[in-house]
Design a protein around this ligand. Structure first.
Ligand SMILES: C[S@@+](CC[C@H](N)C(=O)[O-])C[C@H]1O[C@@H](n2cnc3c(N)ncnc32)[C@H](O)[C@@H]1O
Length: 293
């Protein structure tokens, strides 16, 4: 006699626990749901019914991959980010829960009708959260990876939100007419060294492209280039918000101050670690941009 949905869920959880998966119950329920094409509440509702053979086979394949510690989000093909469900694409970083903190600061900083630019948008997570939860006039997102640009556009369609996603290096794809008009410049750029990436390699990072994580030998390379460009794009009193590696948070804050940004602050992630550097353009325009002082 074939197993019921409930039995299959319990067996899956035991198997994942034996494999050392940290959240076996939740993962098992999500994989049973995915194998059946149901939601988690529906799995509980149908727990006394027999698990159809095709679903049992799909579940067996999914469990083997999860037990081998493939990220759950890559197995089910989607992940939650704030209020949104985003498709997880090959060669694109899976958005992390800690980046929801960066998005929260970007949402809070966005004035109604303001221009928001998300540099290195990946799946589009931060840009889409701003479009979803704030009232921006325009959200523009850039990424150097063609796979990320395609993923962000697909996620915008999926979420029914409008974000102008452009392919290219940092702020290069942003139209010149937006110089000194950006109210919020937000980015979760690559900020690790190769050694840090290897040390941090866990199942969470499996499948993430190295270019999304590694900045260069110091970890500061991409952040430094972004800081160098930021003052030409930010409106007076515009906000710069950067996710950073905790060990370099103070150094990035000092670099932001050194280029003349004001109100430089560090914000903590959900685990209490300083992970977001926030800074503001001074009220008067950047003298190098040609405005009267
Ligand atoms: C850490 S991931 C962040 C992705 C997404 N914002 C998120 O938080 O989930 C960094 C992203 O920056 C992109 N990237 C790396 N170098 C870049 C550059 N020079 N210009 C634009 N994007 C870049 C990568 O392709 C990747 O999508």
């Amino acid at each position: 006699m074939s197993a019921t949905v409930g039995q299959a869920r319990a067996e899956a959880a035991a198997r994942l626990a034996a494999a050392g998966v940290p959240t076996p119950e939740v993962d098992a329920e999500l994989l049973v749901a995915h194998a059946l094409g149901l939601t988690r509440p529906q799995v509980r509702l149908h727990r006394a019914e027999a698990l159809p053979e095709p679903a049992a086979q799909r579940l067996a394949a999914l469990l083997a991959r999860r037990a081998a510690r493939e990220p759950l989000q890559r197995l089910v093909g989607e992940t939650g980010f704030r209020r949104l469900t985003l498709t997880v694409a090959d060669d694109v970083l899976v958005p992390r829960p800690e980046t929801e903190v960066l998005a929260e600061h970007a949402i809070a900083a966005t004035p109604p009708g303001g221009i928001v630019v998300d540099v290195g948008t990946g799946s589009g997570a931060v840009a889409l959260a701003v479009a979803d939860e704030a009232r921006p006039g325009l959200v523009l997102a850039t990424d150097a990876s063609a796979a990320a640009v395609a993923a962000a556009r697909a996620n915008a369609r999926r979420c029914g939100l409008w974000v102008d996603v452009r392919h290219g290096d940092l702020l290069t794809p942003v139209p010149d007419g937006l110089r000194r008009r950006v109210a919020v410049l937000v980015s979760n750029p690559p900020y690790l060294t190769e050694a840090e990436r290897r040390a941090a390699e866990t199942e969470v990072t499996r499948g993430d492209p190295a270019e999304a994580l590694v900045a260069g030998p110091t970890g500061h390379e991409v952040t430094d280039r972004l800081l160098a460009a930021a003052r030409d794009w930010l409106a007076p009193q515009g906000h710069l918000l950067l996710e950073v590696a905790q060990p370099r948070a103070e150094a990035v804050a000092a670099r932001a101050e050194a280029i003349g940004l004001r109100a430089v602050r560090l914000h903590a992630d959900l685990a209490g670690r300083a992970r977001v550097v926030a800074a503001r353009q001074p009220p008067r325009a950047h003298p190098a941009a040609g405005d009267a002082a």
